[in-house]
Write a new protein. Structure first.
Length: 600
């Protein structure tokens, strides 16, 4: 079978489920984009810049499985690299396609534009190697094999890959394998798989306090449904890291909350830290997910399961895949189901609306929790929004998107664009700060262009509140120019229907949410909040981050020099957990059911 190189690449992308390709046109990729244009099953989404395109591809892959991004060599690639790095950190599979100068120009090292004018065509490739799991430069001789090789790595690792396409070879026909692309994950060694499964079953059978600690890999590699069934049938509690928000059903009795080291609820800490058989699923313990490494996991009783191997009792099993392992574990487990945990669920009482009450974080999230519906896609920017939503029980069928680890502000607006195109039938709700939206606001233009209808909440608290909580509460570097955010939509709009409103009081918030729930148009709601209004947890995390980043001496000196009114904490002392829990209970949106171990 003979086919043009660009058409073969498009065929493989369609087999991955990709129907939208993000990016920007440039002279080196135009020949390939012509082939995209002529393919009725593919849609090119022209973004406002390459960084936004990479973020959009990230959001699309999270909702679709895989995504594709097209840039022009050099300038385009390096503009997109921050988005690719974030996708790498979060195991998001993006196929990054770069149109590069003609192959004969590259081979002869002829100086060309979009390069450093030194004849070096390896430097950009070397940059991309750091943030992708496979790379290639296509030629007519290698294209058939290299396209499949690189895409297979994207499937296996669920991380970005990078393909350079010389502009003069896209329409050359090559002989290819007519078989569909292999979308399956590698099979595990049967003997090792059996041994590992039996060892886990044995450890669980001996345990009195088993538990799961789950990270985002559970969703990435499709084991969340199996884990849920195991947890229900064998009554095993599970907690999630903040990076795995709503990866598992949070309404089930077995859900034990979000584990964040010292900032966890006391019952959550007890379940995880005192477990005699703790099974970690793709767990990555970073400063962000553990509240600056305050976790205390039971090392001797910790079974660590990664995507392609696991460790148990100081023994490692390489080549045992997570998906196959849990499928086998589900069939092998013979534990007797026990009585369900006792859960005392308490919901926040919703009192009468105080019309003129100034808007605050406590008031805002009390309303937002009631606003969510099943199947919503909820996108939260890092900061006050992600912190508040992390403490909230979301509908079991809702998806939650946030970049908790890489933490690039501005990520969420273009990521929402990608997710909307992947799942246009679902309601998308974005919470983004005033500082963050100023980085990527151009992509609102693309959202309007494609007639998409999200609900966007702009949390306007006068600058970088998350940074102010760390350092520089009154420093000018945390200030930004205030915009009239509700007037941005008409700037980008050519006639599409939209709704926008500014909210400053509780009464206005209630009206705005009713409006957003009833309308079928793009809705932008600007929420005006006090500059330093934040949850107790976020304030505590800000103080701890400052001490972590600058050292105890540096932190105290900086605070003293600025004359800050913030109390200096002795971080060598343990937290007063009862006081912290009491403060958290006063926040209606963060109330959690109490969780009890069954009596043995």
């Amino acid at each position: 079978m003979f086919i043009e190189i660009g058409k073969y690449l498009n065929q493989r992308l369609l087999e991955l489920g990709v129907q939208h390709i993000f990016g920007m046109p440039g002279d080196y990729n135009l020949s390939y984009l012509e082939q995209v244009e002529k393919n009725e099953k593919l849609n090119f989404i022209g973004n406002c810049n390459e960084l936004n395109a990479a973020y959009a591809a990230d959001g699309y892959a999270r909702s679709n499985g895989f995504s594709a991004l097209v840039t022009a060599y050099g300038v385009g690639d390096l503009s997109a690299i921050n988005g690719i790095a974030g996708a790498y950190a979060h195991n998001v599979p993006i196929v990054h396609l770069s149109g590069i100068p003609p192959l004969h120009i590259v081979n002869k090292r002829i100086i060309s534009h979009h390069t450093l004018l030194d004849g070096n065509y390896e430097n950009v490739m070397n940059c991309m190697k750091e943030f992708t799991v496979a790379q290639t430069r296509l030629t007519p001789a290698n294209a058939a094999l290299e396209i499949d090789r690189v895409l297979r790595q994207c499937i296996i690792e669920r991380r970005p890959v990078y393909i350079q396409i010389p502009s003069d070879i896209t329409h050359i026909k090559i002989r290819v394998n007519p078989e569909p692309l292999n979308l399956n994950l590698p099979l595990s060694d049967p003997e090792l798989l059996d041994i590992a499964t039996e060892q886990i079953c044995k450890a669980l059978s001996k345990a009195n306090r088993p538990a799961f600690l789950i990270d985002e890999a559970a969703k990435i590699f499709g084991v969340s449904p199996i884990l849920t069934q195991i947890a229900i049938h064998h009554n095993i509690p599970y907690a999630c890291l903040c990076s795995a928000k709503n990866v598992m059903d949070e309404s089930l009795p077995q859900y034990a909350g979000t584990y964040m080291g010292h900032l966890s609820q006391p019952e959550t800490r007890k379940i995880i830290e005192q477990s005699d058989c703790l099974i970690g699923v793709g767990v990555r313990l970073s400063d962000a997910s553990t509240c600056l490494f305050t976790h205390q996991l039971p090392k001797e009783n910790f079974i660590e399961i990664s995507q392609h191997d696991l460790s148990i009792e100081n023994r490692n099993f390489p080549g045992v895949g997570m998906t196959q392992l849990f499928e086998k574990l589900q069939h092998r487990l013979k534990l007797s189901p026990t009585a369900p945990f006792k859960l005392e669920k308490s919901k926040a009482k919703f009192e009468k609306i105080i019309e003129d009450e100034s808007l605050s974080q406590a008031v805002l999230w009390k309303y937002i929790e009631r606003f969510f519906k099943p199947h919503d896609v909820i996108i939260a920017e890092i900061g006050t929004s992600s912190s508040a939503l992390a403490a909230m029980q979301l509908p079991a069928t809702a998806d939650f998107i946030s970049q908790t680890q890489w933490g690039a502000i501005g990520f969420t607006l273009p990521a929402m664009l990608g997710s909307l195109l992947a799942q246009p039938e679902r309601r998308h709700i974005l919470f983004i700060g005033d500082g963050a939206i100023q980085l990527t606001v151009q992509e609102l233009s693309t959202i309007i262009r494609h007639k998409l209808k999200p609900i966007i909440f702009v949390v306007n608290n006068g600058g970088y509140t998350i940074e102010r909580l760390i350092l520089g509460e009154n420093s000018s570097y945390n200030n930004i120019q205030n915009w009239k955010y509700t007037e941005i939509v008409p700037v980008f709009n050519e006639g599409e229907q939209y709704r926008s409103v500014v909210v400053e009081t509780e009464g206005q918030l209630s009206e705005a949410l009713n409006m957003a729930a009833d309308t079928n148009s793009l809705t932008l709601i600007e929420l005006k909040l006090p500059m330093m209004d934040a949850s107790v947890n976020l304030r505590k995390f800000g103080d701890m981050t400052a001490q972590h980043d600058f050292g105890d001496f540096g932190y105290k000196k900086l605070q003293s020099n600025q004359g800050s009114k913030k109390d200096l904490c002795n971080f060598a002392q343990p937290f007063n957990y009862s006081s912290l829990v009491e403060m958290k209970e006063r926040q209606l949106h963060s109330k959690k059911p109490s969780f009890h171990f069954p009596e043995n």
